[in-house]
Design a protein around this ligand. Structure first.
Ligand SMILES: [Zn+2]
Length: 279
């Protein structure tokens, strides 16, 4: 069984013109499918289950509503699991999360401090994390860099999640993209806390960084805490699995190879069990 723990949907009108312009500047094109739901459905044929996230980030012009994700995942109930997204700056943040779970059937929380303009160690952020912990919801947290210019990197560092885990020890949280480029910080923080994990998504275009991060994960003995994810539509599950399986060849180093059993362990990790999402 293969689980893609990190995928996106969103129609093009969920993004502001400025956000789209930045995407074009970074990637050379609008790196987003015209028909997002059809493209997602097709790409997810490559996996058994997938987590689909909303994105409530008005600060950078990216708002994919919880209801949109809820309606889409309901079209493939045995396959897709939806995560709500709540901006902790909203005065009704906790109520929104409760509503997303009880009324929309969403089963986790996605946040991106740099996209939502909040300090993950601030009182209102910790209140939201505590609420997720109380509701038993796993959290996907975007730590790491971005192409978006108005996204403060001082809130991107993976080590900030240490304070979150100390405040919410029972919260299951995974850091997106191994917290790139601060992957070693991610290894340090997930090693400290039993309920912290990280996903390997969106590193397929940076094989040297991926190789170095996996070496670091081996040395810190945390490869068992790495989850498979694609960050679709920025990558597909099969493209991500290929990048992992060929990482040693891509870097062409005499340094120790990443063992195939480590790579297959990541690809086949039972992420739903790890995150408490088994049906
Ligand atoms: Zn993502």
């Amino acid at each position: 069984m293969i689980v893609d723990a990190h995928t996106h949907v969103g129609s093009r009108d969920h993004f502001s013109p400025r956000f789209v312009a930045e995407m074009v500047r970074a990637w050379g094109e609008m790196n987003w499918p015209q028909d997002d739901l059809a493209a997602h459905r097709e790409a997810m044929r490559q996996v058994d289950r997938a987590i689909v996230v909303a994105m409530d980030a008005p600060a950078v012009g990216m708002v994919v509503p919880d209801r949109y994700v809820s309606e889409y995942v309901a079209s493939q109930p045995g396959k897709l699991i939806g995560f709500a997204s709540v901006d902790p700056n909203r005065p009704d943040a906790l109520e929104r999360l409760t509503f997303a779970v009880s009324e929309l059937g969403l089963r986790g929380l996605k946040v991106g401090p740099i996209y939502q303009h909040f300090d993950p160690t601030s009182p209102q952020a910790i209140a939201l994390f505590r609420h997720a912990e109380k509701l038993g919801l796993p959290v996907l947290c975007h730590q790491g860099t971005t192409f978006v210019s108005d996204a403060p990197l001082r809130w991107a560092r993976p080590f900030l999640i240490d304070d979150v885990a100390r405040a919410c020890p029972d919260l299951r949280l995974f850091i997106a993209h191994l917290g790139h480029p601060w992957c070693e910080e991610t290894m340090a923080v997930i090693r400290k806390h039993p309920n912290l994990y990280a996903d390997v998504s969106a590193l397929h275009t940076r094989p040297v960084q991926l190789y170095m991060a996996l070496r670091s994960a081996i040395e810190y003995r945390v490869t068992g805490k790495l989850l498979f994810g694609s960050d679709f539509p920025f990558a597909t599950p099969s493209g991500t699995a290929d990048a992992l399986r060929t990482v040693n060849d891509s870097v062409g180093t005499d340094w120790p190879p990443i063992p195939q059993e480590v790579i297959e362990g990541i690809i086949r990790r039972p992420a739903l069990q790890v995150l408490g999402l088994e049906d």
